[in-house]
Structures are given as structure tokens and as C-alpha cells.
Design a binder for this molecule. Structure first.
Ligand SMILES: *Cc1c(COP(=O)(O)O)cnc(C)c1O
Length: 350
């Protein structure tokens, strides 16, 4: 027997391209176009590197305290990890231990099926309707757990809180994870529901709305019981995840609510303007409540537009996958970046 037969083989997730070149209009990975809060920069400047001699605080207390103040929770309701990818991956490992399939939409964050495969979790995808809406009834069934990105990625579509609640309530006997990576751009969080449902885990991140994708902070909110199970798995896996500099930067960023609201409002305003311009140029898209628009053009294939924009040093995201291979996911940048994008598209489309 060859040792390779024993290897845990996986097909890894493919993140968006990170070009080395700096003069690119980068609208391909939903990063925030603004820098993080000046308080985050100050925390980095003021950090005493001598502290790195010691192991970090495994509970990331300084960060968790600040999160609990910001979100009106207790520390026991909060779990933090290295980006929400880390949190979600641990959540899959923790809660999905059934022979029944975990369910999520056919078009959604493409890490979900990767984690399911990695951990040998059976799963089943449920097709979105032709407008990329979740069909609620598909989630009111026997299953091993539910994962919903809300708003969904890469579609940008928000599912109403009423329907989320119906799904959480119906699935009382298994965990429902709501991935809210984009919720701060004008959608409604399921966070208020955690008081009522012990099977609900709400996951958020600093990567998009707080402009800190590089520092890697994600968090999960839920009742003490569900959070404690997640902690047990985390502390059986790797105790020292968030480093002390990250903890300090995250806590500092949370103290600057005015800045957070300001950059979020700017992104929403640019998005709404971008929607009008894209419509004028013959694009259509479901209404986005995120920092990206998932658009298709009435005449020109998405792949052609993607290649054309890349030539012009404007990067957007394209997937050659069933059902979405005529769509582009375009991140909302600054007004200036949106203008360059629209001008380039105008040139192509006449
Ligand atoms: C970006 C994203 C994440 C992961 O973000 P992190 O940088 O790991 O916090 C999770 N879910 C969705 C739907 C995302 O788009």
C-alpha cells in the first residue's frame, strides 16, 4: 500500500487573487477600500514588542470585553478566532457530528463545502431560486445542521429576519449558523435572536466592515452553552490563536464607532450610486445589501468583461461555475474607483 492512500485529500478553497502590483483597482475580494480606524494604527504604534515574550491570553479578554460592550452581550456569549474562516471551520467541526446531511444553498460561500469535505461531514445543497433567493421550505426538513450566509455571498441577497427566525425555530434540534460577514452594510443581524434560541450561532468578522482583513479577527455570538462547546473544541485544537498585537488592535478599532459608521455609510452610498450606473449600462443584479454587486450583462458574457477589465488593471471576481458563470462579483471601492470602473465599462459597451 502506498502512503498516499492514507492521506486526507481535500480540494482547497481558492481565495481571490492578491496581485503584487499596486496600481490595480482591486474590486475582487470585498476588502474595505478605506484604512482601518486611526485608533488601530495607534495601537500598533504603541504596542510594546517586549510583550511578545509571553504566550497570549487564550481568552483574548481585552478584545472580548470590548465586543461585549459594543454588542450589548456578556463575555460568555462571545467566541473569537483568526478571522471568521477560523470560527466557521471550528463551528463545522464542533456542531456537525450527525449522520444526517448539513444543508446550505447551492450558491453560497465556497468554503462551506470545503470544510464539510475536510471534516467528512455529509452535506446537501439546496438550490436558490432563479433570482438567487433562498426557498424557505427547503430548510424546514430533517437535517444535520443549517448554514446560511446572510446576506448571502456572492449574490449579495438578504434573507428577512422573519424567515431566519422560522428556520432557526424549526431546526431547534440542530445548530443553525448564520454567517453575517456583510451584515454591517445595511442588512439585519440575527443577533437579537440568540436570547430566544440556544441552537443559533451568529458569526461576524472584522475583515469587511472594519477594514481589518489583514489582522484576522472573526467572532461568534450565541448562548453560553453553544459558545462553550465551541471553546472546548478550540482548546482541543490550538489554544493560542489570536496574538496579543491582534487583540490590542481589535479592541482599539472597536472603540472608534464613529469611524466604523462613517466608512460603512460611505460604502453604502458608493454602492447605491454604482447600482444606478451599472443599470444604465445594461447590467442587472439582485438588490445587494453588501459591499459588492453580483451583476450580469444583457449582451456581453461575464467572462469577456472580466478579461477586458483585467487588461485595464481592474480586478473583479469571476467564477466559471454552473448557474453563476455569466455573473461578475464587483466589490464596492471608493467613489473614485467606482468611477474608473464605470468609465472602463462605458468604453467597452459603447
Ligand atoms: C469574507 C467572508 C468570510 C471570511 O472572512 P474572514 O476574513 O475569515 O473573517 C466568511 N464568510 C463569508 C460569506 C465571507 O464573504
Amino acid at each position: 500500500m502506498n502512503w498516499e492512500e492514507n492521506v486526507r485529500k481535500v480540494v482547497p478553497y481558492v481565495p481571490g487573487e492578491q496581485p503584487k502590483n499596486n496600481n490595480i483597482i482591486k474590486l475582487n475580494t470585498n476588502e474595505n477600500p478605506y484604512p482601518p480606524s486611526p485608533l488601530a494604527a495607534e495601537a500598533i504604534r504603541d504596542y510594546d514588542a517586549g510583550q511578545l515574550r509571553k504566550y497570549p491570553d487564550t481568552n483574548a479578554t481585552a478584545l472580548v470585553d470590548e465586543l461585549s460592550k459594543n454588542y450589548g452581550l456578556k463575555d460568555e456569549n462571545i467566541f473569537v478566532g483568526i478571522g471568521s474562516d477560523d470560527v466557521l471551520s471550528l463551528a463545522f467541526l464542533t456542531y456537525f457530528n450527525s449522520a444526517k446531511p448539513v444543508i446550505f444553498p447551492d450558491i453560497t460561500y465556497s468554503f462551506y463545502d470545503v470544510w464539510a469535505d475536510l471534516y467528512r461531514i455529509p452535506y446537501q445543497t439546496k438550490a436558490l431560486d432563479k433570482d438567487f433567493n433562498i426557498i424557505k421550505e427547503d430548510y424546514l426538513c430533517d437535517n444535520g445542521g443549517v448554514v446560511i450566509a446572510n446576506p448571502n455571498a456572492p449574490t449579495g441577497v438578504e434573507l428577512s429576519l422573519d424567515i431566519i427566525e422560522e428556520i432557526v425555530s424549526y431546526n431547534k434540534d440542530r445548530v443553525v449558523i448564520v454567517d453575517e460577514a456583510y451584515v454591517d452594510f445595511g442588512a439585519h443581524s440575527a443577533l437579537p435572536l440568540i436570547d430566544k434560541y440556544d441552537n443559533l450561532l451568529v458569526v461576524q468578522t472584522f475583515s469587511k466592515s472594519r477594514a481589518l482583513a489583514g489582522i484576522r479577527i472573526g467572532m461568534a455570538f450565541g448562548q453560553k452553552k453553544i459558545i462553550d462547546y465551541l471553546k472546548d473544541v478550540k482548546f482541543s485544537f490550538n489554544s493560542y490563536t489570536l496574538n496579543p498585537l491582534t487583540i490590542a488592535v481589535g479592541a482599539a478599532a472597536l472603540k472608534d464607532d464613529a469611524y466604523f459608521k462613517d466608512i460603512t455609510a460611505k460604502t453604502i452610498a458608493t454602492r447605491e450610486h454604482m447600482k444606478e450606473e451599472l443599470k444604465r449600462l445594461g447590467f442587472s443584479f439582485a438588490d445587494s445589501k453588501t459591499n459588492f454587486v453580483f451583476a450580469t450583462h444583457e449582451k456581453i458574457p461575464a467572462e469577456e468583461i472580466f478579461k477586458y477589465l483585467k487588461e485595464k488593471n481592474i480586478y473583479v471576481r469571476y467564477w466559471n461555475k454552473p448557474r453563476i458563470n455569466n455573473h461578475l462579483r464587483i466589490s464596492v471601492g471608493t467613489d473614485e474607483e467606482a468611477k474608473i470602473l464605470i468609465n472602463a465599462l462605458e468604453e467597452l459597451l459603447g
